[in-house]
Design a protein. Structure first.
Ligand code: GLN
Length: 474
């Protein structure tokens, strides 16, 4: 039996029944990493010793007949923007190439309490800015479904690691689609939870009002297990909230599914559209009621996102100044300002610098009202659009991306075309809603993801709607 093919539940059952040990599972995954990482480059660092030591601990608990949590002894991978005490955390940036985290992120603390085996840190677009993982300072991650293509981004390493059986599940972060897009491109499940559902403490901030951590998994059931393990209010993140998840099972009969007409636009790959439409048909055949809806402010989402996200980024990234953390260029610097300028220029990649400049410009006196304030107003309107839609429907179905995974190098020279790929995912972050990418078929022989969007805190509903599709076995 190939242990690296199994999902969380199967591995947990096997562990409890002593069919195999956590050390065996962990070694199996380390072997996969050894074999595949050179080509795929999903991992930036592998924590072999600590992973095996943790596996041994879990095996000892099982030998003592102790009850173990679901995630105990199960190997996972973390996007390299989530802090693990004593391990490097680079955000795939040269400026943090030698930075070691001094504390655990809350999600890490929770996973460690469960006995999770952390295999290592995954590659990403620098500071989570990008849609293809090509913006990493350390190299490109390749899509395991077709290694000539990108895995999506920015959590491309996390998605590729799951898709290539180099971990059972992983965590990513999603500011404008960075969990859902790579999930869609690599054929995994990816959940962006409701804003505030999961603590951001220990997640390096990109755009704090949009960022959320979430799981990338092989199955919907696994996504729920991981989500349940990491959610909850955290005194260390004042934007986190406690809510009781509804645990009602959803029946597809009578389920009202909204399909926004603005999400099927010119420029969308017709093959992708076909797969999405066929998927919607399946739900209809099972008894769901499909309603065309309108989210009229959709066309504002991209400009609003790129104003708000860059503004917040310009402020959040001010801390990387060559003094406080990581890389510092002091040689030939004549003044403190010189140190700042040179460290940032050399330490940060082109896309990150572009965004800092854009954000700084937008926030500067004279432009603030024209751009930033206006964007905030429009953000409210986008939020209202969704609220109105959810008065009529239970969930909303859309594509995750207008295309399948594109070829490496195809869009990197044209930032605008890269930004346009986020068109279906960013509104969800602006509105703070939960959404999940679920594999729903193939176009051009590559995975296509269906995006299931729900009202705030409706993650359980989303899981149950996604499960229906999974049971179908598309
Ligand atoms: N692709 C989007 C961007 O470049 C989203 C990134 C993300 O979600 N972190 O900003």
């Amino acid at each position: 039996m190939k242990l690296s093919k199994l999902d969380i539940n199967q591995l947990h059952q096997g562990l409890v029944k002593k069919e195999f040990s956590s050390q065996e599972i962990t070694k199996d995954f380390l072997e996969q990493i050894e074999k595949k990482n050179k080509e795929i480059f999903a991992y930036l660092s592998v924590h072999k010793e600590s992973a095996l030591a943790q596996a041994e601990k879990v095996d000892a608990l099982i030998a003592e007949k102790k009850e173990i949590p679901l995630l105990a002894g199960i190997p996972t991978a973390m996007k390299d923007i989530i802090m693990i005490e004593g391990e490097k955390c680079t955000a795939a940036s040269k400026i943090l190439a030698d930075y070691t985290a001094s504390f655990d992120a809350t999600v890490i603390k929770k996973l460690k309490e469960q006995g999770a085996v952390i295999l290592g840190k995954t590659n990403m677009d620098e500071f989570a800015m990008g849609s293809s993982t090509e913006n990493s300072a350390f190299g490109i991650t390749r899509n395991p479904c077709d290694t000539e293509r990108v895995p999506g981004g920015s959590s491309g390493g996390s998605a590729a690691a799951v898709a290539a059986d180099m971990c059972v599940y992983s965590l990513g972060s999603d500011t404008g689609g960075s969990i859902r897009l790579p999930a869609s491109f690599c054929g995994t499940v990816g959940l962006k939870p409701t804003y505030g559902r999961i603590s951001r403490y220990g997640l390096m901030a990109f755009a704090s009002s949009l960022d959320q951590i979430g799981p990338l998994t092989k199955t919907v059931a696994d996504a729920k297990i991981v989500y349940d393990a990491i959610k909850g209010k955290d005194p260390l993140d004042s934007t986190s909230v406690e809510v009781k998840d509804e645990d009602k099972k959803i029946s597809v009969k009578g389920l009202k599914i909204g399909v926004p007409k603005e999400y099927f636009v010119k420029g969308m790959d017709p093959e992708v559209e076909k797969v999405i439409r066929e998927t919607i048909k399946k739900y209809e055949q099972e008894g769901a009621i499909i309603e065309e809806i309108s989210l009229p402010s959709t066309s504002y989402a991209l400009p609003v996102y790129y104003i708000i996200a860059t503004s917040e980024a310009s402020s959040n990234l001010a801390r990387y100044d060559g003094i406080k953390y990581g890389f510092s260029k002091t040689k030939d610097s004549k003044s403190l300002l010189d140190v700042y300028l040179q460290s940032r220029e050399e330490g940060m990649g082109e896309e990150v610098r572009r965004r800092i400049m854009l954000g700084t410009y937008v926030l500067s006196a004279g432009y603030y009202d024209a751009y930033y304030i206006k964007a905030q107003k429009l953000r409210n309107i986008i939020k209202r659009d969704f609220a109105q839609a959810f008065e009529k429907v239970d969930v909303i179905f859309t594509p995750v991306s207008p295309t399948v995974a594109f070829k490496i190098g195809d869009k990197i020279a044209d930032p605008l075309s890269m930004y346009l790929g986020d068109i279906y995912t960013i509104s969800v972050n602006l509105a703070g809603l939960p959404a999940m990418s679920t594999p729903c078929g193939k176009a051009h022989n590559l995975p296509v993801g269906l995006q299931i969007i729900g009202p705030e805190f409706s993650e359980n509903k989303i899981f149950s709607v996604g499960q229906i599709l999974e049971n179908y076995g598309h």
